[in-house]
Design a protein. Structure first.
Length: 304
């Protein structure tokens, strides 16, 4: 599935306001946005539609094999194996999903590494198998009349492995020219360990992002001209060993706290890459401060 939805730029800018940072590093740039809560109402319906599209491929995979033209899911929602996805998963899972979606929103609407034509053909939520197994248990419980509290500690599941997102630049000949690997962290309270983890993971990655293989498999299920173009381009990229393609990286850090120490505007370093990012690829950091991050996450994912 090739995604197509975009947000109204003016509404997005009214909700997440960019604060310019002075920088001089040749291979690293950090950017900062702070939430204007009053702006959420104006873009809320667009965000919900954008998020629904982001999860549509995962829902398709959950439903695979269960489709029945004689008994469609919209006639009997209780028979839908994708019912309650992802709303009734634990808040921590929803925060993780929101961080990955926010990373893609940022790259698609504000650009990265000097370019504004990055494309994220699909999200990789379909590979979070541990939560799909969890969802089946939740739906079984509800169908039998049980009560489910999604945010009980025992409902926490580990996040999915692999890349959080991959963006690409493609030329007029349908050849991929650049790859951007996205690593997202989304936390209610500042956690310097999460920032370290994100930079370490990117630094340990080779020239070949592991998520390319997953995208190729995903796109093979969609017989549309655009999906075919992307799958062919990704196959050429994979078979060519990425020798002619530049890879760059991006860390996205969403936090429910703003630094209060005098003279400090961000949690991530401003003047140079994090100490654990000891490689020579170009790196961009994107940092977002929210007034009440859990409320935003639940509002958009559970529609509360």
């Amino acid at each position: 599935m090739i995604r197509s939805k975009r947000l109204t730029q003016a509404l997005l800018n009214a909700w997440l306001v960019e604060h310019r940072l002075a920088m001089s590093h040749t291979r690293y740039r950090l950017r900062l946005w702070r939430e204007n809560r009053a702006g959420l109402a104006g873009i809320k319906s667009e965000l919900e539609s954008y998020i629904d599209e982001a999860f549509e491929d995962a829902r398709k995979r959950i439903r695979s094999g269960f489709e029945d033209d004689l008994s469609p899911f919209n006639d009997d929602p209780n028979s839908d194996p994708a019912a309650n996805y992802p709303a009734l998963l634990h808040q921590f899972t929803l925060q993780g999903y929101f961080g990955e979606i926010l990373a893609v929103i940022a790259v698609e609407h504000w650009g990265a590494h000097g370019h504004t034509d990055w494309v994220v053909p699909a999200f990789l939520f379909r590979f979070h198998d541990v939560e799909f197994q969890h969802l089946e248990l939740i739906n079984q419980k509800l169908r039998s009349g049980g009560i489910h509290n999604p945010d009980e500690p025992e409902e926490i599941r580990p996040g999915h492995t692999g890349d959080d997102g991959l963006a690409f630049r493609m030329n007029a000949g349908n050849l991929i020219t650049e790859v951007l690997t996205l690593e997202a962290k989304c936390v209610d309270r500042h956690n310097s360990g999460k920032i370290r983890e994100a930079h370490e993971k990117l630094a340990q990655g080779g020239q070949l992002p592991v998520g390319v293989r997953e995208l190729i498999n995903l796109l093979s299920e969609y017989a549309t001209p655009e999906a075919n173009i992307w799958q062919e381009a990704l196959l050429k990229l994979w078979r060519g060993g990425y020798r002619d393609v530049a890879r760059c990286d991006c860390v996205v850090y969403a936090c429910g706290q703003t630094p209060v120490r005098a003279g400090r505007l961000t949690w991530m370093p401003v003047d140079e890459p994090h100490v654990t990012y000891a490689i020579t690829r170009n790196l961009e950091g994107m940092e977002f401060h929210f007034q009440d991050l859990p409320e935003v996450v639940l509002t958009l994912h559970r529609r509360e």
